[in-house]
Design a binder for this molecule. Structure first.
Ligand code: GRG
Length: 288
C-alpha cells in the first residue's frame, strides 16, 4: 500500500471515531456544541499528532483498541483547544484557520474561550477513560502515557512555549528564546504523541529515548517548515521566526539537518519504522 493511501486510511479511521465521539455530545448547550464541532471535526486538519501516536503504539505492538482511540482523541482535543485559543485577539489575533474563519470569528470570543476550555477538559475525560478501559496488564503504561501527555501539554510544555511566544521580545538571547518557543510550543505535543504511543506499546527505555530525540527534531522541522510556508505566502508575522533571524538558506539547511537526525534516530529503533520515516520526509517538504 502506498504511503499516501495508508495515511488517508488511518486518518479516516481516526476521524470516524472522532465523529462518533462528537455525536455523543449532543447534550452540550448551543452554541458551545457547534463551536467545538466546528474546530474539532467540521474543519479538521491533518490529524498528525493522533496518527503519530497510533503509529508509534502499533510499532511497539499495541492494538487499535477503544483505549488507544480515546487517547488519540484526547491528543487531538488538546491540539484543537490550543489552536482556538492561539487565534484569539489576545494571542495571535488570527481571522482564519485552515482556510476558513477562525472559531472566535464565527462564534465570538466568549464562546471560543469556553469551547477551548471544554476541549481541554474533554481531553482529560478521554485520558481517564482510556486508562480505565485499558487491560490490566497495560493499565500502568496508559497511566504513564497520560501523565506524560499532561506534562508536555501543560505549564512546562505547550503553555510554556506559548507564554514566551506572546511575551514582548526584547531582542536578548534571541537564539535561546527561539529554541525554547519551538521546543515547547511546537515540538512538545509532537514528541508527547510519539512517546505516549511507544509507552502504551511497552517500548524499552532505550527506544523511548531515541523517540524523544526524534520527536524533538520532527517538531523543529515542522515549525521551521511552517515558517517557510508563511514566508512564501507573504504571511509571516511581525514576530521573530527562524527564517527571519537566520534567513531562508539557513532555515532550509536546518530542516534538512534535523530531518536527517530524526531519520537516523528512528533507524536506531529495532522496529519497522518505514511509515514513520516516510512521514518525516514528507513533513520536511510539505507545502501546507
Ligand atoms: C494557546 C496554550 C496555547 C498554545 C498555542 C498551537 C499553538 C500553541 C500555537 C499555534 C500557532 C503555531 C504556529 C503553532 C505551532 C504548531 C503548529 C504549526 C500548529 C498547527 O499544526 P497543524 O499544521 O494543524 O498540524 P492542523 O490544522 O493540521 O491540525
Amino acid at each position: 500500500m502506498s504511503f499516501e493511501k495508508e495515511y488517508d486510511e488511518r486518518k479516516e479511521r481516526f476521524e470516524n471515531y472522532l465523529n462518533s465521539f462528537i455525536g455523543g455530545l449532543g447534550d452540550i448547550p448551543e452554541p458551545l456544541y457547534s463551536s467545538i464541532a466546528y474546530s474539532l471535526v467540521g474543519n479538521g486538519g491533518k490529524r498528525l499528532r493522533p496518527i503519530l501516536f497510533i503509529i508509534a503504539a502499533e510499532m511497539f505492538d499495541a492494538q487499535e483498541t477503544e483505549s488507544l482511540l480515546k487517547m488519540a482523541s484526547a491528543i487531538e482535543c488538546l491540539h484543537t483547544y490550543s489552536l482556538i485559543h492561539d487565534d484569539l485577539p489576545c494571542m495571535d489575533n488570527a481571522d482564519m484557520r485552515r482556510g476558513k474563519a477562525s472559531n472566535h470569528k464565527v462564534y465570538g470570543e466568549d464562546v471560543a474561550v469556553l469551547s477551548g476550555d471544554a476541549l481541554l477538559n474533554m481531553a482529560y475525560e478521554l485520558l481517564f477513560e482510556a486508562v480505565s478501559l485499558a487491560d490490566d496488564d497495560i493499565k500502568n503504561n496508559y497511566i504513564r502515557a497520560a501523565k506524560l501527555i499532561s506534562e508536555l501539554a501543560g505549564a512546562r510544555g505547550l503553555i510554556a512555549g506559548q507564554v514566551v511566544d506572546t511575551a514582548v521580545d526584547t531582542g536578548k538571547h534571541i537564539s535561546a528564546r527561539l529554541n525554547y518557543i519551538y521546543q515547547h510550543k511546537t515540538a512538545d505535543l509532537i514528541t508527547a504523541s510519539l512517546l505516549a504511543g511507544a509507552i502504551v506499546g511497552g517500548a524499552t527505555e532505550f527506544d523511548i529515548g531515541r523517540l524523544r530525540e526524534a520527536g524533538d527534531n520532527i517538531g523543529y522541522v515542522f515549525q521551521i517548515v511552517d515558517d517557510l510556508i508563511d514566508f512564501d505566502k507573504g504571511e509571516d508575522e511581525d514576530k521573530n521566526t527562524f527564517v527571519k533571524i537566520y534567513g531562508i538558506k539557513e532555515a532550509k539547511r536546518a530542516v534538512s539537518d534535523r530531518t536527517a537526525m530524526a531519520l537516523t534516530q528512528l533507524s536506531a529503533l529495532n522496529k519497522d519504522t518505514s511509515f514513520l520515516r516516510t512521514l518525516v520526509k514528507n513533513l520536511s517538504i510539505r507545502k501546507n
